[in-house]
Ligand binder design. Sequence first.
Ligand code: ADP
Ligand code: MG
Length: 337
Amino acid sequence: MPICTPGGSRVEEKIFVTVRVRPLSRKELSLKDQEAWECIDDNKIVFKMSSQDRSNSPSSYTFDRVFGPTCLTERVYEEGAKNVALSALTGINATIFAYGQTSSGKTFTMRGITENAVNDIYKHINNTPERDFTIKISAMEIYNEIVRDLLKPDSGGLRLLDDPERGTIVDKLEEETAKDSQHLRYLIGTCEAQRQVGETALNDNSSRSHQIIRLVMLLNFSFTLLYDVYNGYRKIRNNNILFYIFIPQTVESTLHENSDCVKSFVATLVSYSYWFNNTNFFVQCSIWAYKCFLQNFVDLAGSERAGQTHASGARLKEGCHINRSLLNLTTVIRTLR
Ligand code: ADP
Ligand code: MG
């Protein structure tokens, strides 16, 4: 379904796939390595070299957008990620993730995208003072199949639980409220510093874990309702959201989605008063509520071939876990399509 995000343009697809080719590193240049891929237009990359390994593979691929080695992160963000990065502000849960071989530039790119997204999220919040947002952050890494809290690194491995309401959740994952954009940037920096890094032959400073930074955006609002108890419940339409308010269980509300955007809604009764007339019993409630949207930034650990990286011992074990989890991710994505 077409949707409009603060990024401006209308997007038809729910999955947007881009490729970024990084420039050759100093080490690669000194070894006289050649660039293997060329972006021939905004959508197509072509394999430039002859390789026996790839003799059965296509020589070109088409994506929603491709970015060449001279392209700056700002442009990758603007044209490849901004729409998705800001979609949580309009009620669409979204995820941006980087996938690719070790040393292909995932961490470099995700860092820039997260930074730009944080700037734009706060810009949007400042430009819409009539809306009251709270931003919370949680962050975890998955290293050798163990989930660690990057905001609370001493807490040890965390358990995954199946919650009937919320789906799969990470038990006891810390969630911190960001006071402002500077505080949020500080928290993200702290998480990145906690992440497992190890040296491999392909990358001197390789991320060996998957990192998930989750921004929880809460849109706070309050309203007053007047209703007639004998009618059982009453439907109230507010901002295109349909509330069903039941009594007498204080307030229980169900959000009925007009689209597939809005996922959760929580309401708290602040105060109420009631009175009778001849035939009816009325209750007036003041309700404070918030809607909750999620934006995930995922920097995956890189896939690699053990033979190419000369990995052994701990590095080899990590590599096996990384490759297995990426394979599982491929299965998930295939299923989603
Ligand atoms: P990955 O996370 O995929 O293993 P990194 O993001 O760590 O790879 O990148 C590997 C190296 O290449 C790092 O030193 C990084 O600074 C550099 N690099 C990656 N992408 C770019 C880019 N677009 N421009 C300049 N340097 C880059
Ligand atoms: Mg990395």
